[in-house]
Design a protein. Structure first.
Length: 506
């Protein structure tokens, strides 16, 4: 029997830590050293806080915070169940790694112009989206993180970069408009913004048709933000232009906010017609992984290949949601955790190779393994994990998804999932052979051919690939936590009763 949880101020911490840190930076003006110190301290504290919150939730159950002590469904609430805790931990780890990497790779002038302030405001928005218990405030947190992302994507102000930033902004404005329309239609039916209250009221409505239509509206909104087929068209080009540190945070974390929202609403709110809605999700998930990997196989720009693999790996996550069983959801969550870590690592390694070779075209690189063996093997280990090679985390998440698909006799899904893993491995082996193997390419300027010190930038890459290996080696205890999170998601009454009994004063 799962504990219903307790009322607590603790859910505010993942929001307050980056928010207060970002405000504090502003008092130091253009002092870059102070910004760096505060950013590292803030993100490291966030990691510690997130693990502490996980321990508390495992022991006490869901944490619920009621703003100004207003009871649900009238007041604004923050909630933290195990799924939220897992996502906040991932957020803390990625922003910590991205901050460390940024210190060594982002230009001084950009750091001086509040780069780390923007990163922390984005972290606040991401965490807010993970712990809000209000569907409208989910929109608000999305807008906070998106405002920061617009500026970070435009860093450097190159022509192609500004063009892709404009496209990214326009598409997200469109998605946000649709988000507001969907929220408005939903409110017109249930008269509430509180997700627990919405779920409770929708379960009693007879008009399932309009609920399914609203569900599809939310699927489009979060599908755009998460890079789901056929709504991913904006992603590959947009994520190839920002600096590697920004691309790692975007590719590792931002798309997963959309995926998180799909998991949340399609396990809590839109569960009245699962035979249709989750079948659609399953088909879209399989199509996403297949189209994404096909795009990656045909590319020769390092960052472009990685961008298409973002799309492909989202497919596995949505496949787990579409299976809609405890094990299926668990496999999807495990794959989110694995992919956030590994995908960020791969983008960071790409940034280092780009700095060394002065190009992103893998055909123009070569022989880096001789001078940079740690970089080469770090990339290869991360690539093996993404492809699902044991004992890395990617193997176990895919194994769970394939096992559950076999249990449901979805043999076509299994065949595609295995084929996509093979193509994923093949495209990363292509990168390794072009970039790290073979004869070293000589650059025109002699000083560019000297061995560069990349130790500082490489440290977060090693940290992330080690985390992936640790998740694989410790798969059983990790899976126990994820399985408990999956059980909570598959029991909407747990969320509803926890929120309404604590925040609703039942």
């Amino acid at each position: 029997m799962m504990s219903t949880g307790m009322s607590s101020n603790l859910p505010m911490l993942p929001i307050l830590v980056p928010f207060i840190s970002a405000i504090l930076m502003l008092f130091f003006g253009k002092r870059v050293v102070a910004h760096k110190i505060i950013a590292v301290l803030s993100t490291s504290i966030s990691v510690v806080v997130s693990f502490y919150l996980l321990i508390v939730v495992l022991k006490e159950g869901m944490l619920v915070f009621c703003a100004s002590d207003w009871s649900a469904p009238f007041g604004i609430i923050l909630t933290m169940d195990l799924f939220s805790c897992i996502m906040v931990i991932l957020s803390g780890v990625i922003f910590f790694a991205g901050t460390l990497y940024s210190i060594f790779t982002i230009d001084y002038e950009q750091q001086r112009n509040d780069y780390f302030v923007l990163v922390l405001f984005m972290a606040m928005g991401v965490n807010g989206a993970f712990i809000t218990g209000d569907i409208f405030n989910m929109f608000v947190w999305f807008e906070i993180l998106l405002v920061s992302s617009y500026v970070l994507m435009a860093i450097g102000s190159f022509r192609k970069q500004l063009r892709e930033t404009f496209k990214y902004m326009m598409l997200n404005i469109l998605a946000s408009t649709l988000f507001l329309i969907a929220v408005g239609v939903l409110y017109s039916i249930v008269g509430s913004m509180n997700m627990a209250d919405i779920a409770e009221k929708l379960a009693t409505l007879d008009n399932k048709g309009i609920i399914t239509v609203i569900a599809m509206m939310f699927l489009v909104v979060f599908g755009i933000k998460g890079g789901l087929f056929p709504l991913f068209f904006w992603l590959p080009q947009s994520y190839t232009e920002p600096p590697a540190a920004v691309a790692a945070i975007f590719g590792g974390m931002l798309t997963k906010v959309g995926v998180y929202c799909l998991f949340r609403v399609f396990t809590l709110i839109f569960v009245g017609n699962t035979a249709f809605t989750h079948s659609v999700l399953l088909i879209l998930g399989i199509a996403t992984m297949l189209i994404g990997v096909i795009g990656a196989v045909g590319r020769f720009r390092f960052k472009s290949i990685l961008s298409y693999h973002i799309i492909s790996q989202v497919g596995y996550m949505i496949m787990g949601l579409g299976l809609y069983t405890v094990m299926g959801i668990a496999g999807g969550i495990f794959h989110i955790a694995h992919n956030v870590v590994v995908k960020s690592c791969l983008f960071l390694t790409q940034g280092i190779t780009n700095k060394i070779s002065k190009t992103d075209n893998i055909k123009e690189m070569g022989g880096m393994l001789a001078k940079y063996p740690v970089l080469g093997w770090t990339f290869l280990l991360a690539a093996f994990s993404l492809a699902g090679v044991p004992p890395f985390s990617g193997f176990f998440s895919k194994f769970i998804l394939i096992q559950e698909s076999l249990a449901q006799s979805l043999y076509w899904a299994v065949i595609i999932a295995v084929a996509v893993s093979f193509l994923t491995l093949m495209s990363h082996i292509k990168i390794f052979l072009y970039v790290f193997w073979g004869k070293e390419k000589t650059l025109p300027h002699p000083e560019d051919n000297l061995r560069r010190n990349v130790t500082g930038a490489l440290a977060p890459c090693i940290m992330l690939v080690t985390a992936s290996l640790a998740m694989g080696i410790a798969a059983q205890p990790v899976m126990e936590v994820i399985l408990e999170a999956s059980k909570q998601l598959m029991d909407p009454n747990y969320y509803i009763e926890s929120v309404m009994s604590i925040a609703g004063r039942r």
